[in-house]
Design a protein around this ligand. Structure first.
Ligand code: NAG
Ligand code: NAG
Ligand code: NAG
Ligand code: NAG
Ligand code: NAG
Ligand code: NAG
Ligand code: NAG
Ligand code: NAG
Length: 912
């Protein structure tokens, strides 16, 4: 039952597979990911099975190495006729096509290493006359009929690793230009007399490489044709000492200069091994990795012109006076790991005067060697020695250095002494005193356990550098530690000193005015004196990381923060990482105007004070990673970031709010971020929750911009409210004054009266004043002074017409007055005379003349009802400007006066 569906499934699967495979190959063929740069196309490691056809036409170099090429049809190269270099190494090509050189007439270098080239015939290379380099190493070559005979220009030929059974590559004269021939890793064991006779111009050959060819026999004069040969490389060929001396004799007929005999199991050298080289000008000999145990005295006596002898990694047990005998031109002797102590053997010995023959030696490299002892004459005679490398040397004499240890170097103009990791634990007084020319003293990675008093460095007045890094915090300093090294420029004391060093007063560094580099890092000193760096006017680099300086920069520190950087005006680099710093004092970085690099990473800095970086106008590199910085405010960072090229602030708990980070994010957006920041993905928000663990680059700058209108609105509305309140209060308490000035303004511009001029002309007085008998003295005191030429009152007592009855006079005067003014008080309302007659008359007058001419001046607050009952007037009947209150406050009287003038100036015409 289940069979049919399974049958159905098969074709589907097959189709699917086919589809996927074709898709894959389609993608592969489409994906031409060759890198093209400067006319060079790199198509290596792309699993290509053909030369891509879509590369730029003008490329000069094409790298097709490490692909799946089985053959290259010449047509596929036609687009690239300008090729000079073609690399098809590491493919599976079986045939060198004669069409290649035809298609590529300019080809100079053809690299076909590691292919499956087998038969190589004459025609294959017949068009390659312009080829200068051909590498067909690691194929399965079988040479037929002079395949190289057409290569007129070939200079470099590599046929190594082809299991060739002969060194002879042809029988007819050919390869006239060959300079460099590599025959290494092939199967021949004999070098025949005629092997190089096929070379048309054998003197052109300069370099011959026969590495790992197990030669058993050298026929006489086999190298004779190569009279210009200057470099022979025989590394890894197991020849044995005898055959090597034979080789050397053969080389005597050449111009040999450089001979490399590495990894040849050359266990011993005898006094005749190199005899054959006596007549040559050999300058370079490499005998590394030969497990050489014994060098017979006089072995090198033949090599008087040798300049460089490399004996790295051997097993030499004993150097004697005669070992280096005759090496009078030697300039460099490298004995790295040449003398070693194994568990079963004793420590190698260097006899006194062993180096005496080496009067021209300039560099002696003894690193990683084991030496039983250094005596008073070990280095005697090295009269030209400039550099002695004894790093990682195992030698008990170096443990306690004293004035005798290096005394044998007294005659050497030594400039550089490397005692890195040589187990030095004590430096006695004058240990280096004979090294008058020394400029560099390296003492890193030792165990110096003493307080440096200064005597240790006696005589080193030329010394410019002392390195004592990683001394396991054992050394102490005192004020005189460096008195004998006044020229010091570089002093590295990282991880070297115990806590006393920076507490000293006077400071041990004070007189080192030429010091440019000081490393006191990793000393955990915790304390530091303010004057420690006083006088270091040339100091450029100061490294103080890992020193636990948190307390000395605290504001709360007893005596205030210690401003130990004061006066370092030349400083360009300052490293203060990992000091537990949680604050930077306001003036700590003042005056460092040349500082280019400041490193404060891995501290506990949080809120930085404004302007602390403001003097750092030259800053280019700032490291503040791994602190507790939440906000990046312009008040702190504007100056230091203005010219920055490298900024490192990752791993801080940024607060991604507009207030804390907006400026920074905007700054980043306006800067070429990838240029400045190392790892943008490490800049994470910590707060607020919405941004937690998101990159600060995701912070929405616009969200802050949107707030601006709201902010404006807020400011606007709050100002409006405030202003309203102010106005209300002003009106409440100073309204009269405002009104007063308003009135003055109005009056000045418009005049007092809205009445026509004609209207005023008819009257003698401006106002007839009605008041009670009781108020006459008030009127006298207050109203009369208000009179002037614009304003004339009629007072009954004063202005009555003589000889006329009082009643008549009243009627008359009222007629002559434009306005009738009541001075309203309780007494007026109670005054029968006023009530009965004057008021009646006044009203009568008013009604009769159809005049709107009543003005009320209240001296007291009188109820409207009372007013209407006694003088038949209500406030509401009059225009508001004609109802006046006498002010309680004296300073308001002028304002009242103004109002009065207005009231009196009002037209009398009735208004509807
Ligand atoms: C060698 O290169 C020159 C151009 O530099 C060309 O004219 C000549 O034909 C080339 N020779 C061969 C044998 O391809
Ligand atoms: C080589 O050393 C032997 C002794 O080992 C000595 O007899 C012989 O004279 C030395 N030859 C030369 C050339 O120094
Ligand atoms: C060695 O060099 C000298 C001059 O430096 C020279 O005269 C002599 O021919 C050279 N010898 C050989 C074998 O090259
Ligand atoms: C030994 O010193 C030389 C130069 O001083 C250096 O090139 C070499 O790397 C050193 N070797 C080791 C194993 O440290
Ligand atoms: C000194 O020796 C150390 C260890 O071999 C090496 O790393 C350093 O480069 C040497 N210094 C000099 C200046 O040769
Ligand atoms: C070494 O110093 C001496 C003086 O102390 C000086 O005469 C000599 O030229 C110096 N040698 C070198 C190679 O600098
Ligand atoms: C510092 O080291 C020196 C030498 O090892 C020692 O004499 C001195 O007592 C040490 N000082 C302190 C505070 O450890
Ligand atoms: C500092 O170096 C200058 C030359 O660069 C030299 O003249 C001067 O003597 C040095 N200062 C001291 C204190 O050695």
């Amino acid at each position: 039952m289940s069979a049919p569906p399974r049958l159905n499934l098969h074709p589907a699967v097959i189709i699917m597979c086919c589809f996927i495979m074709s898709l894959h190959s389609y993608v592969a063929s489409q994906k031409n990911t060759c890198k093209v740069e400067d006319g060079k196309a790199d198509c290596s490691h792309l699993r290509l099975s053909a030369v891509p056809s879509d590369l730029p036409r003008n490329i000069s170099s094409l790298d097709m190495s490490h692909n799946r090429l089985a053959k290259i049809p010449p047509e596929s190269l036609t687009p690239y006729r300008g090729l000079l270099h073609l690399d098809v190494s590491y493919n599976s090509i079986t045939k060198l096509d004669e069409g290649w050189c035809q298609t590529l007439p300019l080809l100079q270098m053809l690299d076909m290493r590691n292919n499956e080239l087998h038969l190589l015939k004459k025609e294959d290379l017949s068009h390659c006359g312009n080829l200068t380099g051909l590498n067909i190493a690691s194929n399965r070559l079988k040479l037929r009929e002079e395949p190289f005979s057409a290569l007129q220009s070939l200079k470099y030929l590599d046929v190594s690793s082809n299991n060739l059974q002969s060194a002879q590559l042809g029988s007819q004269p050919q390869l006239p230009s060959l300079v460099h021939l590599n025959l290494g890793f092939n199967g021949f064991t004999t070098l025949k007399t005629n092997d190089f006779l096929y070379l048309l111009n054998p003197t052109s050959l300069k370099v011959l490489n026969m590495s790992s060819v197990s030669l058993k026999k050298l026929e006489p004069d086999c190298l004779k044709p190569l009279s210009a040969l200057n470099t022979l490389i025989m590394d890894g060929s197991n020849m044995g000492t005898l055959l090597i001396s034979k080789l050397c004799s053969e080389l005597s007929q050449t111009a040999i200069d450089t001979l490399s005999l590495r990894k040849m199991k050359l266990i011993t050298l005898t006094n005749t091994t190199f005899k054959g080289l006596q007549k040559t000008n050999l300058t370079f000999l490499d005998l590394s990795q030969n497990e050489m145990g014994k060098i017979e005295g006089g072995s090198f006596q033949w090599l008087s012109r040798l300049q460089t002898l490399i004996v790295v990694q051997n097993n030499i047990k004993h150097l004697t006076k005669s070992t280096f005998q005759g090496l009078k031109s030697l300039k460099k002797l490298q004995l790295t790991k040449a003398l070693v102590k194994s568990r079963t053997s004793s420590t190698p010995i260097i006899d006194d005067f062993s180096f005496q023959p080496l009067s021209n030696l300039e560099r002696l490299i003894l690193n990683h060697t084991a030496i039983r002892e250094i005596t008073e004459n070990t280095f005697t005679g090295l009269t030209s020695l400039k550099e002695l490398d004894m790093s990682w040397v195992i030698c008990t004499s170096l443990k306690n250095l004293n004035s005798k240890t290096l005394a044998s170097l007294a005659g050497s103009p030594l400039q550089k002494l490397n005692l890195t990791a040589s187990s030095v634990s004590q430096i006695g007084p004058g240990s280096f005193s004979v090294l008058r020319n020394l400029t560099v003293l390296l003492l890193d990675f030792n165990f110096i356990r003493q307080t440096l008093t200064g005597q240790e460095f006696e005589g080193l007045d030329q010394v410019q550098e002392i390195h004592m890094y990683d001394n396991h915090q054992k050394a102490g300093l005192c004020p005189t530690s460096f008195v004998h090294v006044p020229n010091l420029r570089v002093l590295k004391l990282g991880k070297s000193l115990n806590a006393t060093a920076t507490k000293l007063d006077p400071s041990p560094f004070n007189h080192l005015s030429n010091l440019t580099f000081l490393d006191l890092s990793n000393n955990n000193v915790a304390n530091i004196k303010e004057g420690i760096f006083k006088g270091l006017v040339n100091l450029k680099v100061l490294k103080l990381q890992h020193n636990n300086f948190a307390r000395v920069w605290k504001n709360a520190n007893l005596g205030g923060p210690v401003l130990f950087l004061k006066g370092l005006q030349s400083l360009t680099t300052l490293v203060l990482d990992s000091n537990g710093l949680d604050e930077i004092p306001e003036k700590a970085l003042k005056g460092l105007s040349n500082l280019r690099e400041l490193s404060l990473g891995t501290n506990l800095l949080n809120r930085l004070r404004n302007s602390i970086f403001d003097d750092l106008s030259s800053l280019r590199v700032l490291h503040l990673q791994k602190n507790l910085i939440t906000s990046v405010r312009p008040a702190v960072f504007k100056t230091p970031l203005s010219n920055i090229s490298v900024l490192n602030m990752e791993k801080n708990p940024f607060d991604c709010t507009c207030e804390s980070i907006l400026w920074f994010v905007s700054w980043l957006n306006s800067t070429n971020m990838s240029r400045v920041l190392s790892q943008t993905e490490q800049y994470m928000c910590n707060t607020p929750l919405a941004y937690f663990n998101k990159s600060i680059t995701e912070f929405d700058v616009l969200s802050c911009k949107d707030m601006t209108p709201f902010q404006a609105l807020f400011i606007l509305s709050s100002t409006a409210v405030l202003m309203l309140i102010v106005i209300a209060l002003l009106v409440r308490f100073q309204g009269w004054r405002i009104q007063f000035y308003w009135n003055i303004l109005i009056n000045r511009t418009l005049g007092f009266s809205d009445a026509s001029v004609k209207e005023g002309k008819e009257f003698e007085f401006d106002a007839y004043i009605i008041h009670s008998e009781k108020d006459s003295s008030w009127v006298e005191r207050r109203m009369v002074p208000l009179e002037d030429k614009n304003c004339k009152f009629c007072l009954e007592d004063r202005d009555c017409v003589p000889g006329v009855s009082q009643l008549e006079s009243i009627v008359d005067n009222m007629r002559k007055s434009r306005k009738i003014m009541f001075v309203v008080t309780e007494s007026l309302l109670n005054d029968p005379w006023c009530r009965r007659f004057t008021a009646h008359q006044a009203l009568h007058q008013v009604i009769e003349d159809s005049r709107d001419s009543v003005v009320l001046v209240f001296l007291q607050d009188v109820h409207d009802y009372k007013l209407s009952r006694s003088i038949f007037l209500r406030r509401g009947m009059l225009r508001s400007c004609c109802v006046l209150d006498w002010p309680v406050h004296k300073e308001r009287v002028p304002a009242f006066h103004q109002k009065l003038l207005i009231a009196l100036g009002m037209t009398n015409r009735l208004q509807d």
